[in-house]
Design a protein around this ligand. Structure first.
Ligand SMILES: [Zn+2]
Length: 138
């Protein structure tokens, strides 16, 4: 019968809250995205550590990657080994191409040629310290 069929579809519609509409999740988006950005930067730092490992100390300079929060950034920065080591001396210090600074994560401590050196604050500083690839060495 027609009527029975109709009732059935109403029963199926019973309300269910989906994951994407969960209000608790939406509140944490801001700190989550800061964390994601900080992790991107930590990833580029790790790539640069590899570059530094295979570089011969004492020559004119090497191409490092910009350590900004943009995962698609392919900007290169020329640093000598000494300059790079100075940046890495502090776990919260990163080197970026000019104009790539994210003020909500970091502040500029040094401007040099085509790059800037920044230091992290807040959540980003905590993540940078936690993911420090040199933490085991000291
Ligand atoms: Zn960049």
């Amino acid at each position: 019968m027609r009527r029975a069929k109709y009732d059935k579809s109403v029963a199926i519609q019973g309300s269910q809250v989906c994951d994407c509409c969960d209000p608790v999740r939406q509140q944490t988006v801001e700190s989550e995205s800061q964390e994601r950005l900080a992790r991107n930067e930590a990833f580029f730092r790790q790539v640069n550590e590899r570059i530094n490992d295979v570089s011969v100390p004492g020559d004119d300079g090497h191409q490092f990657l910009c350590e900004c929060a943009d995962p698609g950034c392919t900007e290169r920065i020329i640093l000598t080994t000494a300059e790079y080591e100075w940046v890495r001396a502090k776990p919260t210090r990163f080197v970026l191409a000019r104009g790539h600074v994210a003020p909500e994560l970091e502040h500029v401590v040094e401007r040099e040629g085509d790059h800037v050196v920044v230091e992290k604050s807040g959540i980003a500083a905590r993540i940078a310290t936690k993911l420090n690839p040199r933490a085991a060495e000291t």
